[in-house]
Design a protein around this ligand. Structure first.
Ligand SMILES: Nc1ncnc2c1ncn2[C@@H]1O[C@H](COP(=O)(O)OP(=O)(O)OP(=O)(O)O)[C@@H](O)[C@H]1O
Ligand SMILES: [Mg+2]
Length: 452
C-alpha cells in the first residue's frame, strides 16, 4: 500500500512545506518552492531485522586512496590531486560559462576509460565540440541518454573508471513521476549513481547549472550529498575563468584554478599573479598590490578604491570581491584611528580581475587603497602591502609570510609593507626591502612616504 501526497520543497535549501510558500522560512529566499509528488509506503515493518556492521575504529583498515588525474593541472589541484574512485563531485556554474568544455577537455586526458553521458546535447554536437577542442582519446565513450536506467545499464556494460553526467538536471529516474530537474529527481538520481560508483569503484563527475540567483539549481541539498562541489565562475565578458572548491571531503577548499577561454578551449594560467597585475597602472591613486593565499599558492592582485564626496545624507559603500561588513569595520578604523573623514564620502572597492578575497591579510591594502584615493596620492612605487588590521588600528601578523615575500620578489617588486611581528619569525634573507609596520598610522605614512 502506498499513499501519494504533494509537498513543496525550497530549491535553494531543501526546506519542505505542506503548502506553497512565497518566501522560504529557512533561507529567506523568494519564489523558490517547487511542487513535488511523494509516495509513502505504509506496510513497512516497524522493526525490520537488519544486521548492522559495527566495527572498532582500531580494527578498520584503509587502502591507499587511488586518485585518477584529470590531466589538467589546475583542475587536479582544486580537486586535491585528482578524482577519487568511488566518490562524486559536482561542477556547478552559470549557463555557458564553459562547464562542458572543461569536462570534455578533462575527459580527453584522463588515463582510464571515461563514459561521457550527455543529457543536453546530441552526439553530433559533442563531436563538433571535440573537433574544435582537438580532443583525441580512443577510450572515451559517449552516451546521449537521460533515463537513469539506461545510464546504469551502459555503466554495467562498459565498466568505466570515470562517469561524467552533463548535466544532472536533465537526468530522470522513471520510478518517480516528477519531471527531470525537480528536487526529488536530482536527489534520487545522484544517490543512485553514487551507490553504483561505490559498488563498482568509479568516480562520478556531475555537471550542474546555477540559477540566476547564484544557487545550484534544484537543490542545495545536492551539495550535502556529493563529496566535492567545484564552482566554475567568471565573467562571460572576459576570458578568465576561476575554478574554486566550495566543499571537498578529500582536499583543501582554498585552492583555485585559473583558466583562459579561447575558441580552442580552456588553457591553464600557470602564473595568476602576472595575469591579475597585467593591466595595472601603478601611478593611479586608489590602487594597491597585495597578496592572498589561494590554497597553498600566494597570488598577487590589485585592490582598487574610489572615494568620492557624497552629496546625500547616506554615503554609498560598494564592495566587489570583498566582504561588505569587513569594509565597514575598516572604514571605522580608518576614521577613528587614522583621522580620515569617510562618513561624508562614497566608497567603492574592487578586487581587480574578478578575484574574491576572504583573507584578513588584505585588510591593510584595502585601507591603503582607500587612503590613497581620498588623499589623491598614489602609493609608493613597486610596493606590495600585507597585514591584518585590528579594531585598535594595530597591524596584526599574518600566515605564510615567506611565501608571500617570495612571490613579490619573483614578480620584481622592490618593497613589501608587512606586520612588525612577522619580521621576527622570518628565517630566509630576501633581496626585497622589508618595511615593518605596527599600526595603521605608521603603515599609511610608510606606504606613501617616498612619493611625497
Ligand atoms: N565556436 C566557438 N568559438 C569560440 N568559443 C566558443 C565557441 N563555442 C563555444 N565557445 C565558448 O564556450 C562557451 C560555452 O562553453 P560550454 O558549452 O562548455 O558551456 P557550458 O557551461 O557547458 O554551457 P551550458 O550551460 O549551455 O551547458 C561559450 O560561452 C564560448 O565562450
Ligand atoms: Mg554544457
Amino acid at each position: 500500500m502506498s499513499k501519494v501526497r504533494t509537498v513543496y520543497i525550497c530549491t535553494n535549501c531543501g526546506y519542505e512545506s505542506v503548502k506553497w510558500l512565497g518566501k522560504c522560512p529557512s533561507c529567506d529566499s523568494w519564489n523558490t518552492f517547487s511542487e513535488e509528488v511523494r509516495e509513502t509506503r505504509k506496510n513497512i515493518s516497524k522493526n525490520p531485522k537488519i544486521e548492522p556492521d559495527v566495527y572498532h575504529l582500531k580494527d578498520l583498515t584503509i587502502e591507499k586512496e587511488s586518485r585518477i588525474k584529470t590531466g589538467i593541472g589546475e583542475f587536479d589541484r582544486v580537486l586535491g590531486g585528482g578524482l577519487i574512485q568511488g566518490s562524486a563531485i559536482l561542477i556547478a556554474g552559470d549557463p555557458g560559462i564553459g562547464k562542458s568544455t572543461l569536462v570534455m577537455q578533462a575527459a580527453s586526458k584522463i588515463k582510464g576509460k571515461t563514459l561521457y553521458v550527455t543529457g543536453e546535447e546530441s552526439t553530433k554536437q559533442i563531436k563538433i565540440r571535440a573537433e574544435r577542442l582537438k580532443v583525441k582519446n580512443d577510450s572515451l565513450l559517449i552516451l546521449a541518454e537521460t533515463n537513469l536506467e539506461g545510464i546504469k545499464n551502459a555503466i554495467e556494460q562498459t565498466s568505466p573508471d570515470v562517469v561524467i553526467v552533463d548535466s544532472i538536471q536533465t537526468i530522470f529516474n522513471p520510478a518517480f513521476d516528477n519531471g527531470p530537474g525537480t528536487v526529488t529527481q536530482i536527489r534520487e538520481c545522484t544517490l543512485s549513481l553514487m551507490d553504483l560508483a561505490k559498488e563498482k569503484n568509479f568516480a562520478v563527475v556531475l555537471v550542474g547549472h546555477v540559477t540566476k540567483e547564484g544557487f545550484i539549481a534544484g537543490p542545495k541539498v545536492l551539495e550535502h550529498i556529493v563529496d566535492a562541489v567545484i564552482q566554475f565562475e567568471g565573467d562571460k565578458s572576459n576570458t578568465y575563468r576561476i575554478l574554486r572548491a566550495l566543499k571537498n571531503r578529500y582536499g583543501n577548499t582554498n585552492e583555485i584554478g585559473i583558466f583562459e577561454m579561447h575558441d580552442t578551449g580552456l588553457s591553464e594560467v600557470k602564473n595568476p599573479s602576472e595575469l591579475f597585475l597585467s593591466e595595472r597602472d601603478s601611478h593611479t591613486t586608489g590602487s594597491i598590490v597585495t597578496s592572498s593565499m589561494e590554497g597553498t599558492r600566494p597570488v598577487l592582485f590589485e585592490v582598487q578604491a574610489l572615494v568620492t564626496p557624497s552629496h546625500f545624507g547616506n554615503p554609498q559603500r560598494v564592495a566587489t570581491g570583498f566582504d561588505y561588513r569587513r569594509l565597514s569595520i575598516l572604514l571605522a578604523v580608518l576614521e577613528k584611528r587614522a583621522g580620515f573623514r569617510l562618513s561624508s564620502h562614497n566608497v567603492f572597492l574592487n578586487m581587480a580581475g574578478g578575484i574574491r578575497i576572504y583573507e584578513p591579510a588584505a585588510d591593510l591594502a584595502v585601507c591603503a587603497a582607500i587612503a590613497s584615493s581620498i588623499s589623491n596620492t598614489p602609493a609608493r612605487e613597486s610596493t606590495v602591502v600585507v597585514g591584518e588590521v585590528g579594531l585598535g588600528g594595530e597591524i596584526r601578523s599574518i600566515g605564510n609570510i615567506e611565501k608571500r615575500i617570495q612571490e613579490a620578489e619573483k614578480l620584481g617588486f622592490n618593497n613589501i609593507v608587512l606586520p612588525k611581528n612577522n619580521i621576527k619569525l622570518l628565517k630566509a634573507k630576501s633581496s626585497i626591502n622589508l618595511i615593518p609596520v605596527e599600526n595603521i598610522t605608521s603603515a599609511i605614512e610608510n606606504i606613501f612616504e617616498l612619493q611625497r
